[in-house]
Every structure is written in C-alpha cells, then in structure tokens.
Write a protein that binds this ligand. Structure first.
Ligand SMILES: [Zn+2]
Length: 233
C-alpha cells in the first residue's frame, strides 16, 4: 500500500469511528502504519471529525518524530506507536470512548464471552488491562498505557490478532487489526459485544461463559487455516 492509499484508509477509519457513534466530539483516534517505510499516519489532536481532511493526518516515525504535518498528532500517539513497535503483525490501531466498552473498562472487568457473536470475534474474554501506577501516569502516561497492554498480553500469552482489542481499566477500549480499516471494524465489534454482554448480564446476572467447544467452533470457522466462513478468495 502506498502512502497516499494509507492516508485515504486512515482518514476513512477515523470517519467511521464518528459515523458509528463510537467517538462523540473528539473522543477517539485511528492510525495506520506503512511497514515498508515505518511511517505511521494518525489523526491530529482535538480536530472535529466533520472538519478532518486527509491532508490533516500527521505522519510520525516509529520513535514519535513528526515527519510530515502541520498539526499536533493525537495525544494518544505514544500508545499507538508502542503497539506498532511491539507487534509487527498489526497495521492499524483505534482508540475510542464508546459507551459499553468504557463501562466494562470503568468497572475493571473483562468482557465475558457469553455467545457466538463474541466467539466469532475472539476465542475468549476481551482482556481488561491493568490500571497504571501513579508513577507510570506521571512519568509517561500514554507510552506506559501501551506498555501495560503489551505486558498483559505477554503475561496471558495472548496473540494480538486473535484478541484484537482490550479495555483499559478505568479508561476505555483500544482495538487493532491488520489494517486501519480492520481496526475500526474491530472497535465497532468490541462495542457491540460489550453492549450485548451488558444486556445479557442484566437479564441473567448469574450467566456464565459459553462452553469452550462452541467458542472454538465459531472462532476457527471464521479465522485460521481451517476457516470456511465467507467466500473463497
Ligand atoms: Zn482515551
């Protein structure tokens, strides 16, 4: 993908967050990376989605240096960059403050896998990443947010593309994917499964997870070597 194509994709991914109601006001940001050059394109900080233009996206090197752009990058850029540096398989990152995903984040709870909609997305609970310490927040908040996500995934042995999103304790969701478009779609799925889980737990507070064999069936028929969902490419 060329840089102009990436710019168009990241621009669209940002608009999708707004169009899908995931990021009211300026509460969200999407980015994408060109792995050949290592350049990341990200939403500028505090710019309303209806005023955003493709040329406003800021190009950053993986170390955070601004390579191109007149505007300041999203304040969450260091979190995006930490994820790109740690996980070479991802090509897009999205952060939102969508209501139901934030609700799980604020409650400090993972999103439990209660049905097949969730199992199609990831083969288990959506992780709730640990809260940051006072020192981590004061020292380098956004970069340490990325560090906490990466550490929690490492500890739990989770693959980023199998679990393409998490909620951050007391904060909100981050989602990612092979491309910026996939990351935006994953942010929407994350919000929907969070909403479904909330409503299901309302109706039946004692509800447990669905059996592992159903999770595996649904996840594997859609993802991985033996997938048969959708059309052959
Ligand atoms: Zn945030």
């Amino acid at each position: 993908m060329s840089l102009p194509e990436l710019r168009e994709e990241v621009f669209r991914a940002n608009l999708e967050l707004a169009d899908n109601g995931l990021a009211p006001l300026t509460w969200g940001n999407a980015s994408g990376i060109d792995r050949e050059t290592g350049l990341v394109l990200i939403k500028p900080s505090g710019v309303a989605y209806n005023l955003l233009r493709p040329e406003d996206l800021v190009a950053l090197a993986l170390d955070g240096k601004i390579v191109e752009g007149r505007l300041r990058p999203s304040s969450d850029a260091p979190t995006h960059l930490a994820l790109y540096r740690a996980w070479p398989e991802i090509g897009g990152v999205v952060h939102t403050h969508s209501i139901f995903a934030v609700s799980f984040a604020q409650a400090g709870r993972p999103i439990p896998c209660l049905g097949t909609t969730h199992a199609d997305f990831c083969p288990g609970n959506v992780p709730c990443v640990r809260a940051l310490s006072k020192m981590e927040v004061e020292e380098d908040y956004e970069a340490n947010t990325g560090k906490a996500i990466i550490e929690d995934y490492q500890k739990a042995g989770l693959k980023p593309l199998e679990y393409p999103g998490a909620v951050l304790s007391r904060h909100g969701p981050f989602a990612w994917g092979a491309t910026a478009g996939a990351a935006a779609a994953n942010a929407l799925i994350l919000e929907n499964i969070a909403r479904m889980a909330c409503l299901s737990l309302d109706l039946n507070p004692g509800l447990g997870p669905i059996p592992e064999y159903i999770i595996q069936k649904h996840y594997r028929r859609k993802h991985g070597p033996d997938a048969y969902y959708g059309q052959k490419r």
